[in-house]
Design a protein around this ligand. Structure first.
Ligand code: AMP
Length: 195
C-alpha cells in the first residue's frame, strides 16, 4: 500500500508524473480537478455549484473535496494505493486527509513537492493551452495568474504543515520529465524502506 501526495503549482507536472506512477506501480490517480470537471460535464448539482469558482481559478470549498475524497478512497480500485493529485490544497484538507487515512489505519507514504519557477509555469500552461485538443477553461494567462495567487496564499501553507513534521520531500520539476520521475522513484524507494 503506497499513498502519495504530489504538491505543486498549476503546470508543475503533477498530472504527468501521476500518470507515470499509475503505469509503474498500478496505483490509482485521484485528481480532484478531474473529478470536479467530470461533475461539470455531467451537469450534476455539484458540477453547477463549482463551475463558476473553477472558471475563476478559485478553490472549491474544503468540505466538497474532502467529501469526494473520503468516499473515493474506500473504493476497491484504491486498494493498492493512491496518488493524490491536486489534493490537499489547503491545510484544512491536509489535516482531513491525515485523519481519514488514520481512521483506516493508513498513512501517507510520501509527500512530494514539485518545485518549478513561475516563469516556466506560465510558458508551460501557455503551451498546454495551444496544444490541447480539449482546452481547459481555466488555462488562460489571466486565470493562471489567479491560480498562482491562490496557490501561494492557500496551498503553499501546506508545505510547512508537512515539512515541520519531517514528511516533505522535494524534487526539481524543471528537469526533463524522465529525470523528475527518476527522483520520485528514488524518494518512494527510500520511503518504503523506512516504513
Ligand atoms: P486542477 O485540475 O488540479 O488544476 O484543479 C482545477 C480546479 O479545480 C482548481 O483551480 C479548483 O477550482 C478546483 N480544485 C481542484 N482540486 C481542488 C481542491 N483540492 N480544493 C479546492 N479546489 C480544488
Amino acid at each position: 500500500m503506497l499513498n502519495l501526495v504530489l504538491i505543486g503549482p498549476p503546470g508543475a507536472g503533477k498530472g504527468t508524473q501521476a500518470r507515470i506512477l499509475v503505469e509503474k506501480y498500478g496505483l490509482k490517480q485521484l485528481s480532484t480537478g478531474d473529478m470536479l470537471r467530470a461533475e461539470i460535464a455531467g451537469k450534476t448539482a455539484l458540477g453547477q455549484e463549482v463551475e463558476g469558482l473553477m472558471a475563476d481559478g478559485k478553490l472549491v470549498p474544503d468540505d466538497v473535496v474532502i467529501r469526494i475524497i473520503r468516499h473515493r478512497i474506500r473504493q476497491a480500485d484504491c486498494a493498492k494505493g493512491v496518488i493524490f493529485d491536486g489534493f490537499p490544497r489547503t491545510v484544512n484538507q491536509a489535516q482531513a486527509l491525515d485523519d481519514m487515512l488514520a481512521a483506516q489505519n493508513l498513512s501517507l507514504t510520501a509527500i512530494i513537492q514539485i518545485v518549478v519557477d513561475e516563469a516556466v509555469l506560465i510558458d508551460r500552461v501557455r503551451e498546454r493551452d495551444a496544444a490541447a485538443g480539449v482546452s481547459r477553461a481555466d488555462d488562460t494567462p489571466e486565470i493562471l495568474a489567479k491560480r498562482l495567487d491562490v496557490y501561494r496564499a492557500q496551498t503553499a501553507p501546506i508545505l510547512p504543515y508537512y515539512a515541520d513534521a519531517g514528511r516533505l520531500a522535494r524534487v526539481d520539476g524543471m528537469m526533463p520529465i524522465d529525470q523528475v520521475s527518476g527522483e520520485i522513484d528514488a524518494i518512494l524507494t527510500r520511503a518504503r524502506e523506512a516504513a
